[in-house]
Design a protein. Structure first.
Length: 403
């Protein structure tokens, strides 16, 4: 291409050619805009290092303005005249950057600023459990698809765990490609394991057995808050993060609603049944959270709830149960009772209709009616009664008293 004075219009009007092309700036020799056959535009600087011609990318058009690109180009060319070699220096930095260091940079520069605290914690746990040892010490630029396939083989007994690791690696390496820390992302050619849908649904007998086991554990001195949390999982079908994040001030008993903050889809008001509110009233009031942890300022840990759930299921002889099982069971029960797609979407905080469509059979009632009916039905099953006992819940704080 010809040498011209680069302007915003000329950069904007540049169109793809049969092969990668360059439009060089007449006023700043060595500075150009490059356009690939696919139409990707980037600002570049060309220079000589000894007898070798080098080309280094400054940044993509759109991510960097023309004036800023020219300023960086001038600084780069000045450094080259003083003996610097940006391409060789970047290659050295790539060789020095291990996968472990890259993952830490991705966590601090991307995951922590953009993800919910619960997601950040899960990401760090995935890295700690699976992405350590020789793989972490390998240069990020030298990680291959074969390395990741070896991780896949090592985690073949935990296919979901591998899939989450693959997603994390893909995101971190895409981050590295954008920052020009590596040239490619080797995860592109690695396929995840096929996952089975998590649609395990509890029968009435299974739920009754789990409820009985929970009562036994509570009588034996198990963590009372954790027992109540499991019962509320069954009653509401909320996510475990929503249960753990529930605060006393988030409850509005008069309207039969609770403000859920720790959700995947943002803060929302959720309908809550009278029976569920009465159950919450049994929780000891030891801080801001309904289900408090060891300190008054913190909430109950995921592990505490999971431990009680696993013990209850083992004692009840019910297999294949996770916190999500209660969510699937609640959605199925409400759908069979006649809840509409829109009622289920509101009740469970889904953003679209795809998820409720997996559960709904026929449409008939509102979200509030569906929640109330499910709460009464579940309370009856768990209490071993033929019908639900309707309980008044005028005020959570009032029931708690001064304790």
């Amino acid at each position: 291409m010809a040498t011209v004075t680069l302007t915003d219009k000329r950069v904007r009007d540049l169109r793809p050619q049969a092969r990668t092309a360059f439009l060089w700036d007449a006023k700043l020799p060595g500075f150009a805009v490059r356009i690939t056959r696919a139409g990707t535009k980037a600002f570049v600087v060309g220079y000589r290092s000894g007898r070798r011609w080098r080309l280094t990318t400054i940044g993509r058009v759109g991510e960097l303005s023309l004036p800023d690109a020219k300023m960086v180009a001038k600084e780069t060319l000045v450094a080259v005249r003083h003996g610097a070699d940006p391409v060789a220096e970047r290659a050295a930095r790539r060789d020095a950057l291990s996968l472990g260091s890259l993952l830490e940079r991705w966590m601090t520069e991307h995951s922590e600023p953009n993800n919910r605290p619960a997601t950040v914690a899960k990401n760090r746990a995935l890295i700690r459990r699976n992405l350590h040892g020789p793989l972490a010490s390998t240069a990020a630029a030298e990680v291959t698809a074969t390395d990741i396939e070896k991780l896949k083989t090592r985690l073949r007994a935990k296919p979901v765990e591998f899939n989450r690791c693959l997603s994390l690696l893909r995101a971190a390496l895409n981050f590295a490609v954008r920052r020009e820390m590596v040239d490619r992302n080797p995860t592109a050619s690695v396929s995840p394991y096929r996952e089975q849908p998590r649609d395990r649904v509890l029968s009435a007998d299974e739920l009754r057995s789990i409820a009985g086991a929970l009562a036994d554990l509570e009588a034996e001195g198990a963590n009372r808050s954790a027992v109540l949390a499991v019962r509320l999982l069954a009653m509401t079908g909320w996510r475990i993060s929503e249960i753990r994040g529930l605060r006393w001030d988030d409850l509005n008993p008069d309207r039969g609603e609770a403000l859920l903050i720790e959700t995947k889809t943002g803060t929302r008001w959720a309908s809550i049944s009278t029976e569920a509110l009465a159950m919450i009233a049994e929780a000891p009031c030891r801080g801001d959270y309904v289900f408090a942890g060891r300190s008054k300022a913190g909430n109950l840990g995921y592990g505490s709830i999971s431990n009680v759930l696993n013990r209850a299921c083992e004692r009840a002889g019910v297999a294949g149960v996770s916190p999500h099982t209660f969510r699937a069971s609640a959605a199925t029960a409400m759908a069979e009772a006649g809840a509409s797609l829109f009622a289920l979407r509101e009740a469970f905080g889904w953003t679209g209709l795809a998820m409720p469509n997996r559960y709904v059979k026929r449409a008939a009632q509102s979200a509030r009616e569906a929640v109330a009916q499910h709460g009464a039905r579940t309370a009856a099953i768990m209490a071993g009664k033929p019908a639900a006992e309707v309980l008044e819940f005028a005020s959570v704080r009032k029931v708690q008293g001064d304790g």
